[in-house]
Write a protein that binds this ligand. Structure first.
Ligand code: GLC
Length: 459
């Protein structure tokens, strides 16, 4: 392969400043139309959460979390001083459950809650307990739902490899409550929580008084963001509801579902690899932004780029690897790993390619592969930074407060070396250098556990 074509491949992932600004402009437009009308590309889901924690919240609550490959049950003790204690258990969701029936899936979830209570809250099963002992549960369900109350929401569509067809259009809180009731558990599903909302809530609870948390962002298996919106801007819920809610609060947290931003890839672009990847997914043509950004997809983008380098450009010459041609063979950790390899001969990368794809490589090949990895990771972070910036412009946060706080969670943000630096590069392009310095970006602690508990408490 000539140097020029490696450059071409790498460049196909890069976004210049003009593109980043176009992305931000379109994002603001889509966000605004999502707040005004139903059925828009970006759903902008009203969450009916109208208060941000102060840090003084107190109580013991249950939280369950379904959003990726694991299901988690937690009991959270909020101490009322910005700290918390948590006991939890985690179990993998099998592939059969991910694409089976809602009865099977939600029945399984309820069983896990029962198991957890037996182990950690044996007192829950005592005969003499009255209704005051019903445990409130926050249900972190990280898929697009049409939320109509704090604990009501019908599933719009599945993402991230789930496809339980008969659950679409149903109220997921009710599906869980029915199964809990079948097991005679004294548990009330009090709040339906997207992981981004939990992230925002937990970040605000854990940093009381320090700064104003405006956003909760997930950069993990999937990507999404929730933020604090002025209630008057959420016109699609109707003037009457706005009026009623505004008696107690001027704001509401909105779950943007930004994974579905720019469905037609008009501004975010679409490389050859993006198109092939999309064709391999269960939700073809949907959540295109997410497919450019989040952890579930970055490994596959890299694999597809490696296939191209192998078949068209003679990389790994005269070797054959079945693994290389196996869709979804690589996950994001492959990129984090190669990005982190700073050895002169890229020895770690060599070992990695050998172990995961059974391929030997030359140093020149590994250097090119590292460039490709960096390009894929950088594009992901640049896209995230551009839309974070767009949302901050939309909310006029820089006019309203001296420092803006963004809570983030997710494996891509946590483990991809230099990810925040890249986020800041594009954020700077969109909001300007001075404003970028006023944005604090920090890890949120366990949004889907603590944040869900907080939502159940305020519900
Ligand atoms: C997907 C889901 C969204 C969730 C995100 C992060 O985009 O649709 O609800 O917040 O993944 O887990």
């Amino acid at each position: 392969m000539t140097k020029f074509s490696v450059d071409e491949l790498v460049n196909s992932f890069s976004l210049d400043n003009v593109q980043l600004k176009r992305i931000a402009d379109l994002f603001i437009k889509e966000a605004e139309s999502g707040l005004e009308n139903d059925g828009q590309p970006m759903t902008m889901i009203p969450t009916y959460v109208t208060a941000i924690p102060s840090g003084n919240e107190k109580g013991t609550l249950l939280a369950v979390d379904l959003g990726g490959t694991n299901f988690r049950v937690c009991s959270v003790n909020l101490n009322g001083d910005g700290t918390f204690g948590i006991v939890q258990s985690r179990v993998a969701i099998s592939n059969e459950l991910m694409v089976g029936t809602s009865n099977a899936l939600f029945g399984f979830l309820a069983q896990q809650v029962k198991k957890f209570l037996k182990q950690h809250h044996e007192d829950h099963f005592a005969e003499d307990k009255g209704p005051e002992h019903v445990l409130k549960l926050g249900f972190t369900f990280s898929f697009p739902v049409n939320q109509t109350a704090i604990n009501r929401g019908t599933l719009i569509r599945w993402t991230k490899g789930f496809d339980v067809k008969d659950a679409v259009g149903k109220d997921v809180c009710q599906l869980l409550q029915e199964q809990l009731d079948k097991l005679k558990l004294k548990v009330h599903v009090a709040a339906l929580v997207n992981d981004t909302v939990g992230t925002l809530m937990s970040r605000a609870y854990c940093s009381p008084g320090k700064q104003e948390t405006q956003m909760g962002v997930i950069l993990g298996t999937g990507t999404n963001c929730a933020y604090v919106e002025n209630l008057n801007a959420v016109t699609k819920i109707g003037a009457e509801t706005v009026l009623k809610l505004s008696e107690s609060s001027p704001m509401m947290i909105i779950n943007t579902e930004w994974g579905s931003f720019d469905k037609g890839c008009l501004t975010i672009g679409q490389t050859l690899f993006d198109s092939i990847l999309d064709s391999e997914t269960l939700n073809k043509g949907y959540h295109m932004f997410e497919k450019h950004v989040s952890g579930m997809f970055l490994g596959e983008l890299l694999r597809l780029a490696l296939v191209e380098l192998h078949t068209k450009c003679d990389f790994f010459a005269s070797q054959h690897s079945d693994a290389l041609f196996k869709p979804w063979k690589l996950d994001t950790s492959a990129l984090s790993f190669i990005e982190a390899d700073t050895s002169t001969d890229l020895d770690e990368t060599e070992k990695f390619l050998l172990a995961s794809l059974h391929l030997t490589s030359t140093l020149a090949e590994r250097k090119s592969i590292k460039l490709v990895v960096d390009a894929i990771g950088k594009r992901s972070a640049h896209l995230a930074g551009a839309v974070i910036g767009a949302l901050l412009l939309h909310t006029q946060s820089f006019e309203k407060m001296p420092q803006v706080d963004v809570g983030v969670d997710g494996s891509v943000f946590k483990f991809y070396p230099g990810y925040e630096k890249y986020i800041r590069e594009s954020l700077r392009v969109v909001v300007g250098e001075q404003n970028e310095k006023r944005v604090a970006i920090g890890l949120a602690e366990d949004g889907s556990g603590v944040g869900a508990a907080l939502c159940a408490l305020v519900a």
